[in-house]
Design a protein around this ligand. Structure first.
Ligand code: C2O
Length: 432
């Protein structure tokens, strides 16, 4: 479809409403259903949905307070729900074969024992996660904690989650899913190139790249740097001034943008290196005094890494026929155990690409630290807690993670979802 840019305002994502709340838990029921969404002007778009919208309701969690999420599946096919970045017991993690069959329900319990962070939940059904996520099975999940609340970062209506992803809309506004197509419409909270009215003050934006495989490299049109404050697993040790926001599929970057120097009526574009303009900020609102700040120290601590108990090599390759990307020579078999990890251990994983392609590597269960990328210290924006990391083509990335609790079977995989699904680029680990 040919779309006129900046026709619609970017919607704010709706928060999930608990069905019950107790002293230590919030309960939610989310229906996985067929629905329609007003993505572009004209016809409604048929989607798969958590709760009815194109982007599922944002679950707001508090550290050390459980979220008990009951998913009912009203589709005619199975689904699996995974909380990406969550430190989650195996039974609630959404292993690809842990299906919620059509008509079924499943209750996932998320303990939220981790730091404040921007996570997301999405489909993970074996061989189907790519089309399912593409059609709308994605939503955000935000954990807060008292430390972060005390920092006086921009909050409330000045703290704005934004799910960016690409899509291809047919002329009738239906979503076309073709794994080999380079989807060209970028959607911000489900709208193609929307505008977003802002006031002349600081905002916190929580960017999630919910694309199946597109990476974004985002800059502001006036050329100023942005201040990145958090990555996948929460706050960085200190704010990092960066020329561009780099997020591959599934990564999160939280930034603070200060519009206080902008005259009323200023338009500022967020633009992607490949796709051009993504979002227009219109400085047209007014506000009271901005009492928010970006403290020079953000994270309570990024503790020194514990000594590792063992190292593990992960090789990403390509089969000679060009059809599969095996991990350590094998394509995904959910019944096989690929890595056995001792409960309580700390491991260093050396992830090497020999396929000649860029991938991005996601590990369930833990947040890890990046030790080095091609032997060099990671970019300052990549030095906090991470659950997804780009593996440069023919490159080597070393990560370190501690498997402190929660035994069971989990997966790790390439988060370019077409690689995970169709080319077998997923493997299992059993923590015991
Ligand atoms: Cu975001 Cu295994 O997934």
């Amino acid at each position: 479809a040919v779309l006129t840019p900046f026709t619609d305002a970017m919607p704010r994502l709706a928060d999930a409403v608990p069905t019950a709340t107790t002293a230590d838990a919030d309960y939610y029921t989310i229906n996985v259903q067929q629905s329609t969404a007003a993505i572009a002007p004209g016809a409604l778009t048929s989607i798969l949905s958590y709760g009815g919208g194109f982007i599922g309701p944002t679950i707001r969690a508090t550290r050390n307070r459980r979220v008990v999420a009951k998913f009912t599946n009203s589709l005619t096919e199975s689904v699996v729900v995974h909380l990406h970045g969550g430190h989650t017991p195996a039974a609630s993690d959404g292993f690809p074969t842990d299906e919620i069959v059509a008509g079924g329900t499943k209750v996932n319990t998320y303990p939220n024992t981790q730091r404040a962070a921007t996570l997301w939940y999405h489909d993970h059904l074996h061989m189907m996660e790519a089309p399912h996520v593409y059609q709308g099975l994605h939503g955000m999940y935000i954990i807060r904690d008292p430390w972060e609340d005390g920092l006086r970062l921009p909050s409330g209506r000045y703290d704005v989650p934004i799910l960016l992803r690409d899509a291809y809309l047919n002329d009738d506004n239906s979503l076309l899913y073709d794994p080999f197509l380079d989807w060209t419409v970028v959607l911000a909270n489900g709208k193609p190139r929307p505008y977003f009215p802002v006031a002349p003050r600081k905002y916190r934006f929580r960017f999630l790249n919910g694309s199946n495989h597109r990476a974004f490299s985002l800059t502001l049109s006036d050329g100023r740097p942005v201040v990145q404050i958090a990555s996948d697993g929460g706050l960085l040790a200190a704010p990092v001034s960066t020329a561009s926001i780099e997020i591959s599929s599934a990564e999160r970057a939280e930034v603070v943008i200060d519009f206080s120097g902008c005259a009323h009526g200023t338009q500022l574009f967020l633009q992607d290196a490949t796709l051009g303009q993504v979002l227009r900020f219109d400085v047209t609102e007014s506000c009271g005094a901005d009492l928010s700040q970006v403290p020079a120290q953000l994270a309570a601590s990024l503790p020194p890494l514990p000594a590792a108990n063992r190292t593990r090599s992960i090789e990403l390759s390509l089969t000679p026929d060009g059809n599969y990307f095996p991990i350590n020579g094998q394509i995904f078999d959910p019944d096989r155990v690929d890595s056995r990890i001792a409960l309580g251990s700390t491991e260093i994983w050396t992830i090497t690409d020999v396929s000649g392609w860029e991938h991005n590597f996601h590990l369930h269960l833990v947040q890890f630290r990046i030790l080095d990328v091609n032997g060099l210290a990671p970019d300052p924006t990549q030095r906090g807690w991470k659950d997804t990391v780009v593996i440069p083509k023919n490159g080597v990335v070393r990560i370190q993670a501690s498997f402190t609790d929660y035994p069971g079977k989990y997966v790790y995989h390439c988060h370019l979802l077409e690689h995970a699904s169709y080319t077998g680029m997923m493997a299992t680990m059993v923590v015991a």
